[in-house]
Write a protein that binds this ligand. Structure first.
Ligand code: AHR
Length: 319
């Protein structure tokens, strides 16, 4: 039977060579699901990063449901893991279950999405990109690309209530709102999936004079952009030229689309969120180091000229 507080911490450290070193750690990871190529890469990379550090990683797939994530967290608490990683599907509703983890002294690390809680001591750190910045980088690219010409944009949002969807939307719209020539004429969730991205794009095309009124797509992830590309082609238009495509993630498939001239720009989201979280966990267990509340990953912009080298690099990294 687990005892509240300190037990997990106490048994996870052993005295070696006069200094405290982390004993072999077990981490429970509540993953959102497998909605996108990026998500699949993040899961794969997390396993590799854990193995590199000799950490046992138990992954639970929540199939896009917060209730499944909450159950997984409770199960990890019952198993007495050393830490819990959560990629939170939505931003709100985490307080009570994180209180439970805190009561048992189990540190929680957030990966790739943020949460809003009254007490931010309920989690140790969040490893994420600055997603407002990611939206802003996409918006700035579009402003430069259209160079003052009128441009109607359709937006494919990510999962409703996900921090990344909220932040990317804000970053993009705040940026394009600084110019008069760009208007977001339609916006809807494509749930971060290729199939829903295609379905929503088809409805946008129908509503906008068979796509002729659309100048650009801003998709909150590459998978929805790829779905949109399919819809544009089926409507007899050319993605990448008749309709510009800008998205987020930088997964291999968007670089392939760039090489075929069908996508124009993507903003990187590294799938390696687990590596920095594991480093922070180990420093905390070994030396009691408290990490910064946010560990921010890079948000570089990639264009067709980068596609070949990016594809090769990702292949080498095994993404
Ligand atoms: O939280 C990160 C987002 O989730 C990625 O951009 C998207 O592809 C994924 O589904």
């Amino acid at each position: 039977m687990l005892k509240k507080l300190t037990l997990a911490t106490a048994v996870s450290t052993i005295l070696m060579s006069g200094s405290l070193m982390a004993a072999s750690l077990t981490v429970g990871f509540s993953q959102i699901g497998s909605e996108s190529g990026w998500r699949a890469a993040e899961t794969a990379v997390s396993k590799v990063e854990a193995e590199k550090r000799g950490v046992t990683l138990k992954i639970s797939d929540a199939q896009q449901k917060q209730e499944n994530q909450i159950k997984a967290v409770r199960s990890f608490i019952a198993q007495g893991v050393d830490a819990i990683f959560i990629a939170p599907v939505v931003q709100t509703g985490w307080g009570p279950v994180l209180e439970e983890a805190k009561d048992y002294g189990i540190p929680v690390f957030l990966l790739d999405r943020g949460i809003t809680v009254e007490d931010d001591s309920l989690y140790m750190t969040a490893v994420t990109a600055d997603n407002v910045l990611e939206g802003a980088v996409a918006g700035k690219w579009l402003i430069d690309k259209v160079a003052g010409k009128p441009c109607n944009v359709v937006e494919l949002q990510g999962t409703v209530g996900a921090s990344v969807a909220i932040d990317r939307k804000k970053g993009f719209s705040d940026t394009v709102d600084t110019v008069d020539n760009i208007q977001i004429v339609r916006t809807q969730s494509g749930e971060f999936t290729r199939s829903k991205g295609k379905e929503v794009m088809e409805s946008f095309i129908k509503a906008e004079n068979n796509g002729k009124n659309i100048c650009a797509v801003f998709a909150h992830n590459d998978d929805m952009a790829i779905g949109a590309i399919q819809a544009i082609k089926e409507a007899g238009l050319k993605p990448g030229s008749d309709i510009l495509i800008v998205s987020i993630d930088a997964v291999p498939d968007i670089f392939k689309a760039m090489m075929s001239g069908e996508a124009n720009a993507t903003v990187e989201l590294t799938p390696n969120m687990a590596g920095p979280a594991l480093d922070a966990l180990m420093a905390y267990k070994d030396k009691g180091t408290i990490p910064p509340k946010k560990i921010v990953t890079e948000s570089n912009l990639y264009l067709p000229a980068d596609a070949k080298s990016q594809l090769e690099m990702k292949k080498d990294l095994g993404y």
